[in-house]
Design a protein around this ligand. Sequence first.
Ligand code: DX5
Ligand code: ZN
Length: 222
Amino acid sequence: MGDVRLAPSLLASDFGQFAKTAAECRAAGAEFLHFDIMDGHFVPNLTFGPGVLAALRQRSDAEFDAHLMIERPEQWIEEFAKAGANRLTVQAEACIHLQRTLAEIRRAGMKAGLALNPATPLHVLDYILDDLDLLLIMTVNPGFGGQTYIPAMTEKIRQARTRLDAARHEILLEVDGGINGATAPETVAAGANVLVAGSSIFAHPGGVAEGVRSLREACRAG
Ligand code: DX5
Ligand code: ZN
């Protein structure tokens, strides 16, 4: 199965403490830092832009994992590359020219990620596996943290893993939404190897470090 990487989602954290939170996540061993970029159009919520990544880039060596839940994401590729994003994930449902957008993300020097909403079928992948470095299976409908995992997504993760294993290069399989000590093990068993978690880490009574540790523990025990 290989190592599972954890990607705390800052959406669930204190927006006034991003630098401190980023340091805590890194110290706790989280490999990625997940930035939920929302424009109030693709999803009914508005968060932050590339300026937040640029400010944190000076203070963190974490892998910046930007999840663009925005319309016309192709217009923002250069901005996020300049801001220091390491990987840029676009929503399939927001891309008219998906293959070109993924190629442009790579040309800008970032890893290319594709996110699929729960109802979006996997055949979107049919002709673009060579253009992908990461597939993000949304396990909730995007827009907000603290939602409940959609159980039907476990089979979708399993089928996605089969497709990615047939690719000619490694493609990470990331899951995002309602990931906690109870749901993480079944997503890993189904083939996920990057777990995004917001509320299960940042609302943990023991604090961030304990939230990261217990999620990692749950993956091992599952
Ligand atoms: C939802 C975001 C997720 C969310 C995860 O649109 O893409 O990353 O922040 O939050 P939890 O882990 O609380 O479901
Ligand atoms: Zn996300």
